[in-house]
Design a protein. Structure first.
Length: 399
């Protein structure tokens, strides 16, 4: 007996664990039998309805299509699930049903595979919908509402206390953020549904909440990160380059870079000068190469890049002229220095820019350069895009 109770408890827990936490967790089958995740409808207002082709409410297809044509461009989707559970009023295959609906009502909204909405084989979608919005009664001021109430109460005096679907053309309204906000019985007036759809469409999708944000614990995801190419000479005057991402402005004329132990740090023991350049989409392959190959054990490292190398005019460091913008720098400070590296603070002595990357005002044009940033989340490089605003100016609109 204990073993049987344990099995039943585990089965119950498994069923609860498998229940959807959101409508977007649910998959349904389309009219070709293929799985469709409802997450594909995120950001849309949904009207979900179980339908039948031989029902007294079947003419509602025409009204539903009118709603779809009226609001589809604004973000409404009507999801149609034929169901044969009520009076066997949806016979035939889904293909036959679809042919009937297109021929008689010219529907454009998507129809999905036939389903059950109640009972042992009911669709998980309708299980979820019924959990969110139970039955609240027919409109007894409507003659059809009185008729439905009388018919169902003869079969079950307490039918109205249950959340099951009562008949064909029951509808659920879902907001842009996946909230089931209304349930409509087949006798509810389409004008009221129209008004509720308008309200839902006019409500902005609210994702600006902590609840809507996913936690990734602690990660070094400062975005965007520069792709800095550091140039140095060794004690024999041989040039070297390395790729560094963890760097940024330290002061008005200083930059800070976190450096591990590399040939670059070896070179900076004997020479306090370096250049810092910015990798581009055009130079990306070589820029990545100098970040994964060490100058300590690859003598021809720089030759493999194919870069042109010249001495900087103001510091004892190499300039890679294939890169459009170069900072000539001198070491100012090494912070937390150890065998594993240090944080380097460097003074910017001068900035060099290839003339072909200058804007009309004579200053460097960042858009022209095709500079890339490092994406620490996916370990990819992303090219900087277009200018979207003026710094220290556009914000004045909110004053």
């Amino acid at each position: 007996m204990k073993r049987l109770m344990t099995i039943c408890l585990l089965a119950t827990l498994c069923a609860l664990g498998a229940s959807a936490q959101s409508i977007y967790d649910i998959k349904v089958k389309d009219d070709a039998g293929k799985d469709v995740s409802l997450s594909a409808y995120k950001g849309k207002v949904l009207l979900i309805v179980n339908t039948a082709t031989r029902c007294g409410f079947t003419p509602q297809y025409k009204e539903l299509e009118a709603l779809y044509e009226k609001y589809q461009a604004e973000g409404l989707e009507i999801l149609d699930f034929p169901c044969n559970q009520f009076g066997a009023q949806a016979p035939g295959t889904i293909q036959e049903i679809h042919e009937f609906c297109t021929a008689n009502f010219d529907i454009q909204f998507p129809q999905f595979d036939k389903i059950d909405v109640n009972g042992a084989n009911e669709s998980p979608l309708f299980t979820y919908l019924k959990q969110q919005k139970g039955f609240s009664g027919f409109d007894l001021t409507d003659q059809r509402g009185k008729m439905m109430d009388g018919m169902l109460r003869k079969k079950d005096a307490d039918y109205d206390k249950k959340s099951d679907i009562k008949w064909n053309f029951t509808k659920f309204l879902v907001t842009r953020d996946g909230q089931v906000v209304k349930r409509y019985e087949p006798t509810d007036k389409m004008a009221n549904i129209d008004a509720d759809i308008q309200k839902a469409l006019n409500s902005k999708l609210n994702t600006n909440t902590v609840k809507a944000m996913k936690s990734f614990k602690s990660n070094p995801w400062v975005i965007p990160q520069p792709v800095l190419i550091i140039g140095t000479y060794d004690k024999n005057g041989k040039p070297n380059a390395m790729n560094a991402a963890w760097g940024g402005q330290w002061d008005m004329h200083e930059i800070m870079i976190s450096l591990g132990s590399h040939a670059t740090t070896d070179n900076l023991k004997n020479n306090d000068a370096l250049t810092i350049s910015f990798a581009t989409a055009e130079t990306m392959v070589a820029a990545d190469y100098v970040g994964i190959v060490s100058g300590r054990n690859t003598p021809d490292k720089m030759e493999r890049t194919g870069w042109n190398i010249e001495k900087a005019p103001n510091v004892n460091a190499p300039v890679f002229t294939n890169l459009p913008l170069t900072l000539e720098c001198r070491v100012k400070q090494k912070i937390d220095e150890s065998e594993s590296g240090y944080n380097l603070v460097a003074e910017i002595v001068n900035v060099l820019c290839d003339e072909k990357y200058l804007a009309a005002d004579g200053k460097p044009d960042v858009e022209k350069m095709g500079i890339i940033t490092y994406d620490p989340v996916h370990h990819t490089y992303i090219q900087l895009g277009k200018t979207v605003g003026k710094a220290f100016a556009d914000g004045k609109q909110l004053k």
